[in-house]
Every structure is written in structure tokens, then in C-alpha cells.
Design a protein. Structure first.
Length: 84
């Protein structure tokens, strides 16, 4: 039951986290919220690799950067500035 509650709390944080996922530098100041494609590309990796940091934007971004080799190709492309 505790695991379900923790998961439910993370899901409630989703509206806060998704725009925060793409605070990393992708070339423009307006990219801070990320595009729909960027959020979609990294959402699975946030939950898979960095779920413990939800809803802390900076910690999620740092976690994704640290796990760059483990990111799915689309999310890695976001960090490489190739997916906008």
C-alpha cells in the first residue's frame, strides 16, 4: 500500500514535473519549458531513472545529465540539442 501511495503522489506531481523536465540548455531561453516532443521523449526516463527526485526540477535535470548514457535515444537527442 505504501508503494501505491508513493506512486500516486508522484503522479500528482506530474503537471509540475513535465514542464520542468526540459530546463536544460537546448539553445534558447524559451526552451525552458520544453516542447511537447521534448517532454514526451524524456518522460519515461524521468520515471525510470530519476523518479526519486520528483518534483525537484534541478535534481531531475542533474539526474538525467548524470544518466546520459542510459537515456533513450530521443531524450539523449534533447540534451544534445537535436530535438526541439
Amino acid at each position: 500500500m505504501i508503494r501505491r501511495a508513493a506512486f500516486a503522489n508522484r503522479l500528482r506531481s506530474l503537471p509540475v514535473v513535465l514542464p520542468a523536465l526540459l530546463v536544460f540548455n537546448v539553445g534558447t531561453a524559451s526552451a525552458e519549458d520544453g516542447t511537447f516532443a521534448q517532454r514526451r521523449a524524456c518522460k519515461p526516463d524521468v520515471f525510470r531513472l530519476c523518479g526519486e527526485f520528483i518534483p525537484d526540477r534541478a535534481a531531475i535535470t542533474d539526474c538525467l545529465k548524470r544518466n546520459r548514457p542510459r537515456l533513450n535515444p530521443d531524450c539523449r537527442a534533447v540534451f544534445d540539442g537535436k530535438l526541439r
